[in-house]
Design a protein around this ligand. Structure first.
Ligand SMILES: [Zn+2]
Ligand SMILES: [Zn+2]
Length: 347
């Protein structure tokens, strides 16, 4: 059977999807119910695709992969929870294994087995192996190091601290059994909270002094792979995972906080695979619609654009959206020239 080839690769080896990133129908006028519904709940929709998978993973983790000592302390008012390396270590192990399954699986499939070659890969180049700018002179080893030595450590530390707060009755607790609708709406709320928090933390991270001490490390990865997503400096991890503290103020169930942290830990993986989609998906007709991976790939290529998540289009509203078209590149160049002139005039 002949398979359809979508998109175009230019002479420089850059591949572009047939549909470019723009605000989803939910936030576009005139408002069309069916399009908005499909964006949220259709095949691979915003709330029915990856985000649902993370929510289910968090739920299973809360039910079966969270130490009993923690859950008992949360359930019973008269039981206190103390910091102990045992339960914190188990949570680190659980988070590390989830990340390993997702990022390791994607890396194995796309970069070691090269199962689909460069089909739907944004650049035809592979990850760096003899490059002094990376730890161990190897991009993958460098990325994996920052994932586990800093990323999962801070993810786990913030999660453990929050569970400890719940375990000692210090946070506003909402029971799923008593408030199921609020519980489910808050799961959706977490997804949007993440998008908003990420936009602002990321934009602040591009402030020169902060960029130079921390965010530069993530941007060593111009060409990205599954492990690049959570490859950040510890200072950036502290900011990036800080969204969980919103649940210290907003009444939540511990599952919401855990989902928030897990979303931050896992969602960067699909966004950084460097591929638009799996070949198997592209052989159907519609799934090339999703442009969120390309959206963030453009951030790695052009730095000062696309800070957030296109599904909640703060970039569009605040003038930092770039869709990768020739016109958008021209606009970016003009903006940069004008900035350079302004800087010179000041100096
Ligand atoms: Zn990135
Ligand atoms: Zn950045």
């Amino acid at each position: 059977m002949e398979t359809k080839a979508w998109g175009n690769r230019d002479k420089a080896g850059e591949w572009q999807p047939p549909i470019l990133p723009d605000a989803p129908p939910l936030f576009r006028m005139p408002w069309r119910f069916k399009a908005a519904f499909n964006h949220l709940f259709g095949k691979d929709g915003y709330l029915s695709g990856w985000n649902l998978l993370y929510a289910l993973t968090a739920t299973v983790s809360w039910m079966y992969l969270t130490p009993a000592i923690v859950k008992n302390a949360i359930a019973k008012d008269d039981l206190a929870l103390a910091f102990q390396p045992g339960w914190i270590g188990l949570i680190y192990l659980r988070n590390a294994l989830l990340l390993l399954a997702l990022a390791g699986g994607a890396h194995l499939h796309l970069y070691m087995r090269k199962a689909q070659g460069t089909t739907y890969k944004y650049t035809d180049k592979w990850l760096a192996t003899h490059d002094k700018k990376f730890l161990f002179h190897n991009q993958t080893y460098d990325n994996v190091f920052w994932n586990f030595a800093s990323g999962v450590v801070i993810w786990t530390a913030f999660e453990a601290l929050t569970l400890w707060m719940y375990g000692n009755g210090r946070l506003p607790f909402v029971s799923f059994a008593r408030h199921p609708i609020y519980g489910v709406l808050m799961m959706v709320g977490v997804v949007y909270m993440r998008a908003i928090h990420f936009y602002w933390i990321h934009r602040i991270s591009h402030w020169r002094p902060l960029y130079n001490i921390s965010h530069y490390l993530h941007h060593k990865n111009v060409n990205i792979g599954p492990w690049s997503g959570l490859s950040m400096h510890p200072i950036e991890h502290l900011l990036y995972f800080s969204g969980i503290f919103l649940h210290w103020i907003i009444p939540s169930h511990p599952l919401h906080a855990m989902f928030h942290a897990m979303h931050a830990g896992l969602a960067p993986v699909p966004g950084h695979t460097g591929f638009h989609t799996l070949q198997a998906n592209a052989e159907e007709d519609v799934p090339m619609m999703s442009t969120d991976h390309y959206f963030h790939y453009l951030h790695h290529r052009y730095f000062t654009v696309n800070y957030g998540d296109i599904a909640f289009p703060l970039d569009k509203w605040l003038g930092t959206l770039m869709d990768g078209s020739a016109e958008s590149l021209e606009t970016l160049r003009k903006k940069r020239r004008a900035e350079a002139i302004r800087k010179k005039a000041k100096a």
